[in-house]
Design a protein around this ligand. Sequence first.
Ligand SMILES: Cc1cc2nc3c(=O)[nH]c(=O)nc-3n(C[C@H](O)[C@H](O)[C@H](O)COP(=O)(O)OP(=O)(O)OC[C@H]3O[C@@H](n4cnc5c(N)ncnc54)[C@H](O)[C@@H]3O)c2cc1C
Length: 434
Amino acid sequence: MPINSIISLFKEVLDNSSILLGEDLKSRFYHIWKTDISLESLCLLLPRSSEEVSAVVKICNDNNQEIVIHGGLTNLVGSTISTKTQVVVSLEKMNKIIEIDEKGKTITCESGVIIEDIINVVKDKDLLLPLNFGARGSAQIGGAVSTNAGGLRVFKYGMTRNLVLGIEAVLPDGTVISSLKKLMKDNSGYDLKQLFIGSEGTLGIVTKVVLRLYRLPKTRFTSLAVTNNYQNVLNLLKIMEDRVSSNLTGYELLWNDTYKQMVGDKTLYNKYLPDNYKYYVFIEYMGGDFENDYTHFESIILDCIDRRVIDDAVIGKDDKEQVNIWGIREDVAVLADERDFDQQFDISIPVPLIGEVIDKISLELKDCKGVKTIFPFGHVADGNIHFIIGKDSDDEDLKSKINDIIYNNTQLVNGSISAEHGIGLDKKKYLIKR
Ligand SMILES: Cc1cc2nc3c(=O)[nH]c(=O)nc-3n(C[C@H](O)[C@H](O)[C@H](O)COP(=O)(O)OP(=O)(O)OC[C@H]3O[C@@H](n4cnc5c(N)ncnc54)[C@H](O)[C@@H]3O)c2cc1C
């Protein structure tokens, strides 16, 4: 269909300010890390309601027009890139919080609400949305649902799937299907919402969600601990699980090169501990006993040092210290900024094997001409490790070589090529190795 004809159809269902074309696309982009590259698209549509999303999708379906959906543009798998012939539908104007049910511990909102905004608004009501990852200030809840995002508290609270109670979505023909119930248990037939969680927009556009919330813990402490031995990373995890139990909400790991980069001259992060250890473990404790939690947590950390499970540790008590410590783990843009070209990975490996598998992968990558930096880090307690691999060129052979090293080693231990980021366009070719 001629461009002008389809645009005039969009004008019948959206007001002019919700349709961006031509010059207006120059200031738009397809990823938060690529703001210097203008968006390529036939047009960018900014619907304000489910009805508008439905009308737009119906027009596209009737005219065989491809759509790319934009949430917060923080994905790491090339899933929001578009071409000049595709229509982009962004959910950013659908950012209303519809209801917070304090007694029922749920929130109902539109899918374009930024995750951090939900975290903050429910915090004021003594409630917690446990979804927590570095991109929470930009990622939208619809994006998190569509990718089944994980993050730093998965082993305690589960992936996004565990937090979704209800969904409204627009199907490819424009039909709106809605189940916005606030129920934890509902076995009355097929649970259709599960299909939309993690399907990366392939089955429809998520327009509203109901999320489950938790009571806000009264205390929160963070420790950064070091060791040179992966077995001790596991020993420390076991001790924490035994003695802290359900108060253990985060257990993350950085390897030496990654830590060095995060606390190096180019960042503002404090080097809390020397940079000559092999492993840096980040522990989050959240509890309910204001009087005793800190002493309890501290005594366990000190005991682990005495027993030489860890070599040293610091504990962040106040907000400022904790923001700083977690910045070292979360601010991974620092790692991606190091080189002009990089490749990102998000693999799952059985937890006991992580130490040896990452050593093997790192050795093979070091032997690979063209690889400049290797930064492993991740959610060690749930077996999900990321790599950001820096290169000086975008050479396709090098790209394939790196993919093969990572994915073949992952496959050898029955791992997964995508733990939480999804497939996007980047990993499509490798789905066969799932
Ligand atoms: C610094 C950083 C840290 C990160 N850490 C983590 C982490 O710990 N865990 C993790 O899981 N991910 C992480 N990510 C990846 C990313 O933040 C998540 O995948 C996030 O869920 C994407 O949300 P978004 O709103 O940005 O979606 P986008 O990037 O805009 O889109 C992601 C996919 O979902 C589709 N989509 C978006 N909105 C909708 C909708 N309403 N309906 C249907 N489809 C839709 C898009 O078309 C695309 O396929 C990180 C990213 C960065 C940059």
